[in-house]
Design a binder for this molecule. Structure first.
Ligand code: NIG
Ligand code: FE
Length: 412
């Protein structure tokens, strides 16, 4: 099956497929072709170039993208979209003055979602989660990482990971699964941290590995959650079971979680709202991708990741949604890109690089996703007619997406 897209006003993020991420000053460059064509063959990008060089081919399908921009689908490398119910009451409690931390300390927060998750059937969780997945696909996301972490029991965690596996089987979007049993200590283990960590290492991890239910391991390394030592212990166990770490660090406090992640060759370290100079230093010349989650900062009214300082230090940066019921009930990558520009002072070029190629790197798929490159998956966004790609962050509340293509097929 050959699909041809012609008259593309501007084709964004064209790269040689050997480029797996962009860092520092390179992030300001977004390579494009104006007045372009693109050929899709068997779900992959097989050719692209200027309309002046349009090859003579006979496609089964031709899309005229006159006035429209084409870019790779968003790569959302950090989400928790498998969950049950919602936490709208906590949202109102925060409006009325409580903090995220205070709500968690009185048994709300992650533990509230864990109760709901354990009470729901696997089918109920699947049905709720698929609606969220369908929504993010329609918003231009073509690859997504999904975490467990609202089970906090052997059965609950396995149930979540099976739901993620079922979503991956039933939808054309690329999905990576992350085991986040170390999201919070369940109430019964409040005074027995060692007991819960033993459960993670000796009961959850072997089952997960045996059934190939996860690609990565995550830990919420934060004051009141998992210490750096506990985080290291859990990362090491995950690595023994073949799971690379991708961890939550520096959301509220800088406690040397980044250094622990780098030491264990984490694929990514995520959140990074609170960054000390030594945290930035620790990330230099490593293979670990820093990931910012600006919708979380927006929703909780907390600090934004200091993107300018990090990029000035030569670091790469990825952007993701953090879609979850507590801190970020939104999976809209378009909003993430706009908020990164508006609140973190990233340029449109930097934000688009961060939400495509670097996002793909942060979930280990940048050899196949995240740029317009020959041989990569034809996961594409075709915009409505727009004046330039600046519109994407500028018109922050508008949906500028006309067509979503996944593996060469028009999905939305
Ligand atoms: O990434 N910070 C830890 N985990 C999630 C929020 C979890 C929740 O509140 O349900 C996050 O923000
Ligand atoms: Fe998260």
């Amino acid at each position: 099956m050959i699909t041809l897209i012609i008259n593309i006003k501007e084709l964004l993020q064209i790269r040689d497929s050997s480029i797996l991420k962009v860092s520092g000053a390179e992030m300001a460059i977004l390579p494009t072709i104006k007045n372009a064509y693109l050929v899709i063959q068997n779900g992959l990008i097989s050719d692209f170039g200027s309309m002046d060089d349009l090859p003579n081919i006979n496609p089964e399908k031709c899309i005229d993208a006159d006035g429209k921009i084409v870019l790779p689908s968003w790569c959302d490398s950090h989400t928790h979209i498998v969950y049950a119910g919602n936490r709208e009451q906590e949202f109102v409690d925060r409006i009325n003055g409580l903090t995220y931390e205070e709500i968690a300390n009185r048994g709300g927060g992650i533990l509230n979602s864990a109760t709901k998750l354990n009470e729901a059937t696997e089918d109920e969780i699947y049905d709720q989660s698929k609606n969220r997945l369908e929504e993010v696909i329609s918003l231009g996301t073509g690859a997504v990482e999904i975490k467990s972490g609202y089970g906090l029991t052997v059965d609950g965690e396995l149930k979540m990971l099976r739901v993620i596996q079922r979503l991956a089987q039933n939808y054309p979007i690329t999905i990576k699964a992350t085991f986040l049993g170390a999201h919070a200590f369940p109430l019964v283990y409040k005074e027995d941290h060692k007991g819960y960590i033993d459960l993670i290492i000796n009961k959850m991890l072997p089952e997960i590995a045996k059934n190939k239910l996860a690609d990565y391991i995550d830990v919420f390394c934060e004051t009141g959650y998992f210490t750096v030592e506990e985080t290291e212990q859990i990362m090491e166990a995950g690595i023994r079971f073949g799971l690379k770490p991708k961890i939550h660090v520096n959301q509220f406090n800088s406690i040397r979680g980044i250094q622990a992640g780098v030491k264990h060759n984490a694929l990514s370290v995520d959140h990074l709202e609170i960054m000390k100079p030594e945290d930035i230093e620790a990330l230099k010349n490593t293979d670990t991708m820093p990931v910012a989650l600006p919708s979380c900062s927006y929703f909780l009214s907390i600090a934004y990741t200091p993107a300018r300082e990090m990029i000035a230090a030569g670091l790469p940066l990825a952007l993701a949604t953090d879609y979850n019921p507590g801190s970020t009930p939104s999976g809209n990558m378009n909003f993430v890109v706009a908020t990164a520009c508006i609140k973190m002072k990233m340029t449109p070029e930097e934000a688009i690089n961060a939400a495509t190629l670097n996002g793909a790197y942060a979930m280990g798929i940048s050899e196949t996703h995240g740029s317009i490159s020959i041989g990569k998956k034809a996961n594409l966004i075709i915009t409505k007619p727009i004046s330039s790609y600046y519109q994407l962050p500028y018109a922050f509340g508008s949906n500028l997406i006309d067509i979503v293509i996944l593996e060469g097929e028009i999905i939305a």
